[in-house]
Design a protein around this ligand. Structure first.
Ligand SMILES: Nc1nc2c(ncn2[C@@H]2O[C@H](COP(=O)(O)OP(=O)(O)O)[C@@H](O)[C@H]2O)c(=O)[nH]1
Ligand SMILES: [Mg+2]
Length: 260
């Protein structure tokens, strides 16, 4: 399907290692579940250690297979995070629009990624739980993306809305997060894992932003998680090779699933 792009030759396929980071309970696992299974659970149990899932995204000229590491948000996990973002080509740094501290935490993750992750890593800043804030207000939602027309840092998402914070649940104005994202050249979206708003869009934007040079073979290039860890998944849209890599001390990923 979707072969309207004209070609009948098979599209090249590339793997992209993506890591999710952010404070606990901001909705990282829920975003992944929405993206991979198009599902949402009202009371998700916290992730332990990290979970690995895969999902494909179709671009006009290429299939991107995301190899997703969904990390736990607890503080005690922080020291293990480098195992997951090492060699990652993309990161989703998530905060909760209704929780001010979560943006601060997200900013710490962004700074750490900029310092320590692969230099070319594509980072998307994602403000989740949009459904909890002013349902009809501030069409801030979709529009907040900085990606499409602007090359990189230049964007005008700040023209967005000064009054988006008029709803009480919202603790982080769109303009504030957008300005920060612009400063740091991050993709920026407000999402709802609950309604699905902008979830697919974030991943597509990331897929589009990965430099061609790092999308070489089917196994990706930049060290996509030792391809061996393809747990279960494999098909087209319904990949959920999911595993909970329970690990107190360094046990995450064990020996086989390890990103090292
Ligand atoms: N209303 C609303 N709740 C959400 C959303 N995303 C996640 N949640 C809820 O927030 C809680 C934490 O979600 P979870 O995905 O486990 O967060 P994580 O710790 O960042 O992985 C769960 O009760 C979810 O149901 C969202 O977009 N809207
Ligand atoms: Mg989680």
């Amino acid at each position: 399907m979707a072969d309207t792009a004209g070609g009948n030759a098979p599209k090249p396929s590339s793997s992209v290692k993506l890591v999710l980071l952010g404070e606990a309970a901001v909705g990282k696992s829920s975003l992944v579940m929405r993206f991979v299974n198009n599902d949402f659970q009202e009371n998700k149990e916290p992730t332990i250690g990290a979970a690995f899932l895969t999902q494909r995204t179709q671009l006009p000229h290429r299939t991107i297979k995301f190899e997703i590491w969904d990390t736990a948000g607890q503080e005690r996990f922080a020291s293990l995070a480098p195992m997951y973002y090492r060699n990652a080509q993309a990161a989703l740094v998530v905060y909760d629009l209704t929780k001010a501290s979560s943006l601060t935490k997200a900013q710490h993750w962004v700074a750490e990624l900029q310092r320590q992750a692969s230099p070319g890593i594509v980072i998307a800043l994602v403000g989740n739980k949009f459904d909890l804030v002013s349902p009809e207000g501030s069409a801030a939602a979709g529009g907040a993306s900085l990606d499409d027309e602007s090359e990189e840092g230049n964007n005008d998402a700040n023209a967005e809305d000064e009054d988006a914070e008029d709803s009480d649940a919202r603790k982080i104005p769109t303009a504030k997060a957008a300005a920060y994202a612009a400063e740091e050249s991050l993709l920026f979206y407000e999402t709802s894992a609950k309604t699905g708003m902008n979830v697919q869009e974030v991943f597509t934007a990331i897929a589009n932003a990965i430099p061609e040079a790092s999308l070489k073979g089917p196994r990706g290039s930049g060290g996509a998680v030792g391809g061996s860890t393809n747990l279960g998944g494999g098909q087209n849209t319904e990949n959920s090779g999911r595993v909970n890599l329970t690990g107190a001390s360094g046990a995450i990923g064990g020996k086989d699933g390890c990103a090292c």
